[in-house]
Design a binder for this molecule. Structure first.
Ligand SMILES: Cc1cc2nc3c(=O)[nH]c(=O)nc-3n(C[C@H](O)[C@H](O)[C@H](O)COP(=O)(O)OP(=O)(O)OC[C@H]3O[C@@H](n4cnc5c(N)ncnc54)[C@H](O)[C@@H]3O)c2cc1C
Length: 413
């Protein structure tokens, strides 16, 4: 007799969406996390349901710009060289995936999944009574230089070919849309169909509450190990052992620390990102605005103005990098005009495989373990659809789309 049909490990957007989808389907589900729901990477992101964001960070443009990005003091990308030298597999694979053919292949796979993103998330928003948290004002991407805009031209053409809707705007139209922008504007794109979330953690909290209301169970405890056997799994939750039909690994960038999960063997890395909050400045803009050359978003949200982004390749346990926070503060002032001292700051860990695709599917060593992690820059957007796929797999049936590209045992190149 098993305690649960499904144990979900990790209560970020991916785990909570998986738990709610599975509970909605009538499975008996336990969700575990040592931390409160939505308090990991899902807490501090740029709040955007970025259905347009199908181009991976791995791209020929990034490869071309890499030396400049690495050598420039004032860069949105920073790499801890010692970390890179200690993890050559991830770095070399990441670079190999920047080749045009690979980058295009990855973008197509992400676009296929992205095409289902709203269908995966909207039912959970409705289920959780969280429509008031969703803002329908699109997303604006701004280029302040000709070189920056030229560099991203190919990516835009690719999006157009995929049918992703956007309007190309000139400087005046952009300023009319967002008069609070203070930076030079060369060009901009408005992804008018994109949405944002006023408060990502509140969305997850409401999903969590709905999960409990439907009979789901919650343990605030860490899972250290899983043992899979022919008919189920034994999961070490805190100091107790649970028997379940299946387990889902949705522990984001920490997935590799769970023994027996199969995630330990994967090249899961992290792209660290930061945010700053200016609680009195939410009125400066009216929608998420990404500054392409700056590598971050400015977002009006429940807590005020959030400046979120940049990529730092360093180990999970490395201390906060004050230089990264100073960079965002400095560039934020260049983007929006003088800003006060921030009210709070945050460091988070995007879970990233070197090909920038998530791992979604049964673990290679057992169909009793389901992998659902590695959503890099777009986990808030893809959490809902990942949860729906997880619920299908937990019921032992195939999802209504191909997930072969996201298999754990794919070649990462
Ligand atoms: C600066 C920044 C901006 C971003 N902006 C956006 C955006 O605008 N739009 C977008 O779609 N995405 C964005 N992202 C990406 C997005 O936030 C992530 O992809 C997403 O939050 C990952 O969700 P997750 O559930 O996999 O991980 P997490 O939210 O990190 O959740 C994992 C959970 O697992 C738990 N856990 C870890 N180990 C264990 C264990 N052993 N046992 C039990 N539980 C465990 C952790 O405590 C945590 O709660 C951004 C990320 C960053 C850093």
């Amino acid at each position: 007799m098993q305690d649960f049909d499904l144990v979900v490990i990790g209560a970020g957007i991916v785990g909570t969406a998986s738990a709610l989808w599975a509970q909605k389907r009538g499975l008996k589900v336990l969700l575990c996390d040592p931390n409160p729901p939505g308090s990991g990477t899902s807490f501090g992101n740029a709040c955007t349901l970025a259905t347009y964001a199908v181009m991976p960070v791995n791209s020929p443009a990034v490869l071309r710009a890499l030396p400049r990005l690495l050598l420039r003091g004032d860069s949105p990308l920073s790499v801890d060289l010692m970390h890179a030298l200690r993890h050559p597999r991830w770095m070399l694979s990441f670079l190999a995936n920047c080749r045009p053919a690979r980058s295009e292949y990855i973008a197509r796979q992400l676009a296929d999944l992205m095409g289902h993103a709203d269908a995966g998330l909207n039912p959970l928003i409705a289920e959780a009574g969280a429509e008031d948290l969703i803002v329908n004002r699109g997303q604006l991407t701004v280029w302040s230089t000709k070189a920056g805009a030229e560099g991203d031209k190919q990516g835009l053409s690719f999006r157009k070919a995929l049918g992703i809707p956007f309007d190309v705007l000139g400087p005046q139209e952009t300023r009319a849309l967002e008069p609070g922008l203070n930076l030079p504007i060369h060009a901009a794109v408005h992804y008018h169909a994109a949405r944002s979330v006023r408060d990502p953690q509140e969305l997850i909290n409401r999903m969590h509450r709905r999960f409990l209301a439907l009979g789901g169970q919650w343990r605030q405890a860490r899972v250290s190990e899983i043992r899979a056997h022919a008919t189920g799994v034994e999961v070490a939750v805190g100091d107790t052992r649970m028997d379940a039909g299946r387990a889902v690994i949705a522990a984001g960038a920490h997935a590799g620390s769970i023994k027996g999960s199969g995630a330990e063997n994967l090249p899961l890395g992290t792209e660290r990102g930061y945010h700053l909050i200016f609680s009195q400045d939410g009125h400066r803009i009216t929608r998420p605005v990404g500054w392409a050359e700056g590598g971050f978003y400015a977002v009006p949200m429940a807590q005020g103005l959030r400046l979120a982004g940049t990529v730092e390749i360093a180990r999970l346990s490395a201390p906060e990098n004050q230089g990264r926070l100073d960079y965002i503060a400095r560039k934020g002032a260049a983007m929006l005009g003088a800003l006060p001292a921030p009210d709070s700051h945050w460091l988070g860990f995007r879970p990233t495989l070197p090909d920038s695709m998530p791992v979604i599917g049964y673990a290679p060593h057992s169909d009793r373990i389901i992998h659902a992690f590695g959503h890099q820059h777009v986990g808030l957007t893809l959490g809902g659809i990942t949860g729906r796929i997880v619920a299908d797999l937990a019921e032992g049936r195939l999802p209504n789309m191909s997930i072969a590209a996201f298999a754990s045992n794919r070649r990462f190149v």
